[in-house]
Structures are given as C-alpha cells and as structure tokens.
Design a protein around this ligand. Structure first.
Ligand SMILES: Cc1cc2nc3c(=O)[nH]c(=O)nc-3n(C[C@H](O)[C@H](O)[C@H](O)COP(=O)(O)O)c2cc1C
Length: 176
C-alpha cells in the first residue's frame, strides 16, 4: 500500500473503457482503500454491476433515488467519501459537470462533492478534439478538477489516436 487507507468513490460512466474500471476498483481494494462504486445506466451496458459489487465489497449505487439513502444518494455519498474518481469519464459527464447540470446520480454527486475530484476522460479521438469537449475540460480544470489522461493509443473505434483512458495503474497511482 502506497498511502493510508482512503475513502474513494469510483464513478463509472458509459464508455467502452468502463470494463477497465474493474481493474481500478480491484487495485484500490487490494491496497486497503474503502471503495464505493457508482455507475450510470450507460456504464451498465459495458460492465456488470455484479463484478464491481464483488470487487469493491459493497453494493454498487446506480440510482439517485436509492431508498438506502434517505437523504439522497448524492448527499450521503458525498459526505461519506473523501475522493471522487470518474473513470472512464464520458463527453456527456464532462459537459454535465462543466455546466453544473444535476439530472442524474453522477452529475448531482459531483456538485455535492467537496473532496478531491479526479477525472479520467475516454472517448473517440474526434470527440476528444471537439471544441465543445475541450471547452468543458478547460472549465473543469479551472474549477479545480484534476485530469488524468487521456492517452494516445488504440481506440475501440479501430483507429489510433488521442482519447484512450489512462491505464488503471496510472489512475490508481494518481489518486492515492
Ligand atoms: C459502443 C459505444 C461506445 C461508446 N463509447 C464512448 C466513449 O468511449 N466515450 C464517450 O464519451 N461516450 C461513449 N459512448 C456514448 C455514451 O455511452 C453516451 O454519450 C451516453 O449517453 C453517456 O452517458 P453517461 O455519461 O451518463 O454514462 C459510446 C456509445 C456506444 C454505443
């Protein structure tokens, strides 16, 4: 373990790199961190909640109106955890967060969160280079969000380019 045990939320949004979030969660759990996973509906298309539940050792949260959190999952989770890591972060998440939207669990949690926020974007290279995405990234950086990647490399759309999510080891090293 490289640092004292931390309380970390891994927020998984709906990009193909969501399958790598399982490695991030596993590495964090093995290092002794208290990990809670939240997922968007789109993320559940790419990786099963059961895998992330088993790896984190606690139920994944997918619903803003989850009855286990009477004050609202966004409020209770923001109060209980110190670090928020959105990996992978979609273009949709970057836009929602940069513009202060709060129409789903992860964007609402982001607005409530007062601890450290790390974001690992992942998307097709044309999406990443789009002026709107770059504008949202700049806004988030000036709001204090720390970006991890993306990197250049093989993309699932069958080209090499900039937009590949940083490797799980790099993300874990950055946030712990
Ligand atoms: C096969 C497939 C792969 C996708 N990969 C990405 C991706 O890597 N990055 C991204 O920003 N969006 C990607 N999308 C689009 C998102 O899933 C879509 O914008 C979704 O609304 C994101 O919702 P979320 O941010 O709430 O998870 C992909 C969609 C499909 C069908």
């Amino acid at each position: 373990m490289t640092s004292a045990s931390q309380k970390i939320i891994v927020a998984v949004t709906g990009g193909i790199a969501a399958y790598k979030s399982a490695s991030i969660v596993s590495r964090l759990a093995q290092a002794g961190h208290d990990v809670c996973v939240v997922m968007s509906p789109a993320a559940e298309q790419f990786v099963g909640a059961a895998a992330l539940t088993a790896l984190s050792g606690k139920p994944v949260v997918t619903d803003l109106f989850d009855p286990r959190f009477p004050l609202g999952a966004h409020i209770e989770l923001a109060r209980a955890y110190d670090t928020l890591c959105v990996a992978p972060a979609t273009a949709h998440f970057l836009s929602a967060a940069a513009n202060g939207h709060s129409n789903d669990l992860i964007s609402t949690l982001y607005l409530c969160f007062t601890g450290n926020v790390w974001v690992a974007p992942a998307m097709n290279c044309e999406m990443w280079e789009h002026a709107a995405v770059q504008r949202n990234v700049s806004q988030l950086e000036s709001d204090g969000v720390k970006m991890i990647g993306p990197e250049e490399g093989w993309l699932s759309c069958r080209v090499k380019g900039l937009g590949r999510m940083a490797e799980p080891d790099s993300i874990v090293a950055a946030i712990t």
